[in-house]
Design a protein around this ligand. Structure first.
Ligand SMILES: Cc1cc2nc3c(=O)[nH]c(=O)nc-3n(C[C@H](O)[C@H](O)[C@H](O)COP(=O)(O)OP(=O)(O)OC[C@H]3O[C@@H](n4cnc5c(N)ncnc54)[C@H](O)[C@@H]3O)c2cc1C
Length: 460
């Protein structure tokens, strides 16, 4: 029997998930000295994960990274199994029949909870849902967000929170030429929201947003930024933190916020209100959200280690729509050990491990499901390189899969009614979206229903 990873018997790897980490892993495998066949499985017909369904529609340049993934997909040892949900359409056991190793790159599809009363009232949403809705994700397409209200509250101050705030703050004219989903554009055009609160538990020196994102909030067509002067008075520890050259980003953030406080943009109609040192303790309303109770926090501790603690002082803020944006979390998959605390697959440098910490042969992970929801798109490249290095180091010990033909698997899935979308199929859907967008002056008009994507292929 020829050795795995040779021309006679290429290593066969199934990558589950076609976001950045899946594509970087495929690229690392295909560029390695080991001969490999890599098939990427994606539950949606469309590839690219959060590059398509997370990255904001008004940040098109970031999506140019897709060109890099296109090059990977052009490799003849790359296969794409779109519209195949691993765990539902195909089991892990069946994948093991065809692949020597399975590498999960499934991302972090859900949100952390605040665990406060009233969190499940109508009008209380997660940032995940809203982002997926305006980006046209088929699973979120029919969600309803009542924008017929004056005040929106967003809890969290990371870049996802800023994305949500910016989409709510922008005028229709600013959004119309983006690839925002048509249903979202129409709903946002009718929005009555005038005040958008973005609330963080710590201070401006610790805010998680990055400089370009917070700067952009001051450049919107008809939105001013309001801050509370007392929030910008830094304690000694925070002052020391931002004077540390390693925290230049935080210092720049503080300076941008100080400039907002000093300027007069009162003529702008919509207002972004950035509140620091507050945590929500309860949501109230008869059926839907009407107000939120916020507790004032104070920071204590040494520079770099300050913790926000509630002071007991509370205030109520009226609001008609509420979003929590306090971190994404992975979703367990049958047969793969899950680390409940971290919200990731249990792993050591990308090797999946069981409860006793023993490595499970042939199972790997990368990206957000490996390290949690942190970092930018580029962070996934070295992360995937680490996992692929582990996989290749294990190559000699992997159990060779008994069946070796991706074509057989393709046919078997089709026979049981799964309409596998291969990469050529995706390119046809892609072309149709771009064509539809042309008429509307948008880079693309996304199909927001799987059936509509498949109908382009003619044989759905
Ligand atoms: C709202 C938002 C905005 C962001 N904006 C930026 C930005 O502007 N710039 C930047 O650099 N980074 C940004 N990021 C971060 C970036 O998107 C992530 O670092 C990156 O997408 C993580 O890649 P991933 O491959 O681990 O996960 P994902 O991109 O989530 O990809 C996971 C893929 O797996 C698929 N999948 C899941 N389960 C299954 C299954 N059972 N079977 C088959 N397929 C499955 C999913 O459908 C998805 O396509 C943003 C993130 C979010 C949430």
């Amino acid at each position: 029997m020829p050795e795995l990873g040779t021309q006679e018997r290429p290593l066969r790897v199934a990558i589950v998930g076609s976001g950045p980490s899946g594509f970087y892993a495929a690229d690392a495998l295909l560029k390695s000295d080991t001969a490999a066949q890599v098939d990427v499985f994606e539950c949606l017909p469309s590839p690219f994960g959060l590059v398509r369904f997370g990255v904001a529609p008004d940040h098109p340049k970031i999506k140019n990274v897709i060109r890099v993934y296109e090059k990977t997909a052009a490799n003849e040892a790359f296969g794409y199994f779109g519209n195949v949900d691993v765990g539902n359409d195909i089991t892990l056991d069946e994948l093991h029949q065809y692949y020597d190793a399975i590498l999960f790159a499934v991302g972090a599809a859900t949100d952390r909870k605040l665990n406060i009363s009233g969190e499940d009232l109508e009008g209380s949403h997660t940032a995940t849902e809203f982002v997926a809705w305006y980006n046209g994700h088929p699973d979120y397409r029919d969600r309803r967000f009542d924008l017929n209200t004056r005040i929106a509250v967003i809890i969290g101050q990371g870049n996802v929170a800023v994305d949500v705030a910016r989409i709510l703050c922008k005028t229709t004219a600013e959004l119309a030429a983006t690839d925002i989903a048509d249903h979202a554009l129409r709903a946002l055009a009718a929005s009555k929201i005038e005040e958008i609160y973005m609330i963080g538990r710590r201070g401006p020196a610790q805010a998680a947003f990055t400089e370009p994102e917070i700067k952009e909030m001051g450049e919107l067509l008809d939105c001013g930024v309001d801050l509370r002067a007392e929030d910008l008075k830094l304690n000694d520890a925070s002052r020391a933190e931002i004077e540390d050259p390693a925290n230049k980003r935080n210092k720049n953030n503080v300076e941008i916020l100080e400039a907002y406080l000093a300027r007069d943009d009162s003529a702008r109609q919509r207002r972004l209100k950035i509140n620091f040192f507050q945590s929500p303790t309860a949501l109230h309303g008869a059926r839907r959200v009407e107000r939120v109770t916020l507790e004032r926090n104070a920071l204590s501790g040494d520079p770099g280690r300050q913790k926000a603690r509630g002071t007991g002082k509370t205030e109520d803020l009226a609001c008609g729509i509420f979003f929590r944006s306090v971190g994404y979390r992975g979703v367990p998959l049958d047969g793969v050990p899950f680390d409940e605390d971290a919200g990731t697959f249990a792993n050591e440098q990308g090797r999946i491990v069981g409860s006793a910490g023993t490595v499970i042969p042939g199972l790997y992970c990368t990206g957000w499901i490996k390290r949690g929801p942190s970092g930018v798109i580029g962070t996934n490249r070295p992360d995937s390189a680490e996992t692929v290095a582990a996989l290749l180091a294990d190559c000699d010990h992997l159990a060779a899969a008994p069946r070796r033909d991706s074509g057989d698997l393709y046919r078997s899935l089709r026979e049981r009614g799964v309409r596998v979308v291969n990469y050529e199929d995706w390119k046809r859907i892609d072309a149709a979206e771009i064509e539809a967008g042309r008429a509307a002056g948008k880079p693309r008009e996304k199909f927001t229903r799987v059936a509509d994507m498949l109908s382009i292929l003619g044989d759905a």
